[in-house]
Write a protein that binds this ligand. Structure first.
Ligand SMILES: Nc1ncnc2c1ncn2[C@@H]1O[C@H](COP(=O)(O)OP(=O)(O)O)[C@@H](O)[C@H]1O
Ligand SMILES: [Mg+2]
Length: 243
């Protein structure tokens, strides 16, 4: 970790460090399709990093490797200082559950549960008491502007509201890292911006590190740092607007 620690002097250990991450897929004819060709990235607590690139450029592949959902073909994934390659399957799963929260383009909320219960559920599964879990869920939903929607079921919420609930759920267990894959991809531009801004505020309050894949360049303008995936590697992009 000495390399990463040196890069991040003054910011502590990165929550996520990627070193030389490569990912190739095996195609039907047996040939390998290289998608990630050597990705290096550090993401620190309290910062929101954007990952842009057209469809097919490898954004999801990168998030899956970073979130320990898939093994990279080559390279290192270090989460909270822990080298993922050195872990067995169970330890790896435990590290993922403890450290990472995921937000997807489609919310995957449980239809029969209220907004509040959707957010409280991961806390209950993690062994939190009912009262504490519900209090935390309510506080998060209030922070995301859903104080009047606690008992609504997903079908009774707008698309933007559903995504806010999904964000609250991802952050409920106090993960150190949020990985979001096109979290506003199915929302209109105005709603996207509003959802993103409340996410940004919450990430800041919670001190969580976030890596967000988006093809929405407008949104990328709000991130602390932005990288474009180009030919399997990351290129830094200047943020378009000062925050
Ligand atoms: N499981 C897979 N098997 C084979 N090819 C894949 C698989 N997953 C993704 N790919 C290919 O990898 C490339 C990058 O995919 P992806 O990471 O989903 O990109 P993005 O999220 O930027 O759209 C695409 O060309 C896609 O077809
Ligand atoms: Mg994708």
């Amino acid at each position: 970790m000495s390399e990463a620690a040196a890069d991040g002097a003054g910011q502590g250990l990165p929550v996520l460090a990627l070193r030389g991450v490569e990912r190739a897929y095996r195609m039907g004819d047996g040939r390998a399709l290289p998608v990630l060709k050597g990705v290096d990235l550090d993401v620190y607590a309290g910062e929101v990093v954007g990952l842009i690139g057209p469809s097919g450029s490898g954004k999801s592949s990168l998030l899956h490797a970073a979130g320990l959902l898939e093994h990279p073909t080559r390279g290192r994934v270090v989460l909270t200082g822990i080298e993922a390659a050195e872990l067995g399957d169970r330890a790896r799963t435990r590290l993922r559950l403890r450290t990472v929260g995921f937000v997807y383009q489609f919310h995957h909320l449980l239809a029969e549960f209220s907004a509040l219960d959707n957010v409280a559920l991961p806390l209950l599964i993690a062994g939190e008491g009912v009262r504490t879990a519900r209090a935390r869920a309510e506080a998060l939903l209030v922070q995301l502007g859903l104080g009047e929607r606690l008992t609504h079921q997903p079908a009774q919420l707008s698309g933007g509201e559903q995504q806010r609930v999904a964000i609250a759920r991802a952050i409920a267990n106090r993960p150190r890292l949020i990985l979001a894959d096109e979290p506003t991809g199915n929302l209109d531009p105005t709603t996207s911006a509003a959802v993103f801004q409340s996410f940004y505020g919450l990430a800041r309050t919670e001190g969580v590190a976030a890596l967000i894949a988006t093809h929405n360049l407008e949104l990328a303008g709000y991130m602390d740092r932005v990288f474009a995936l180009k030919e399997g590697r990351l290129e830094p992009r200047p943020p378009r607007r000062p925050r």
